[in-house]
Design a protein. Structure first.
Length: 122
């Protein structure tokens, strides 16, 4: 997905047109062929808060924040490495625990399906 960069001059022209013609953000976006009318609202906010120069600068998130973290910082194990004995025992214990929980869930569902009063027939 590509982002279009608009010049500060264009942004000021859009805001001036909107003000002179007393248009909504949506109407202004349609007139200028912009897909996102909230972008104009952001320009207006920047103009009011920081002045005309704020429209010239790019104050968005830098690309370095969008790059995934280095894989060496993750604490996940490589799937190619075999499990050691304690990891294997832990895996077996967890699988058994999961199996028992599933069985317990099945039993509880069947118990809930039984009539509350033995004399009632559903």
């Amino acid at each position: 997905m590509t982002h279009t960069h608009y010049s500060g001059e264009f942004k000021r022209a859009v805001l001036q047109y909107r003000q002179e013609n007393q248009l909504s953000y949506r109407e202004t976006a349609i007139h200028f062929g912009l897909k996102n009318s909230s972008m104009i609202a952001n320009w207006q906010r920047k103009l009011l808060e920081c002045g005309p120069a704020a429209l010239d600068s790019h104050l968005g998130r830098s690309r370095k924040h969008m790059v995934k973290e280095d894989q060496s910082n993750n604490k996940t194990t490589n799937r190619d490495e075999p499990l050691n004995e304690t990891e294997r025992e832990e895996l077996e214990r967890l699988r058994e625990q999961l199996r028992m929980s599933k069985l317990e869930n099945i039993i509880l569902k069947k118990l809930n399906a039984l009539p509350k009063n033995p004399t009632d027939n559903k």
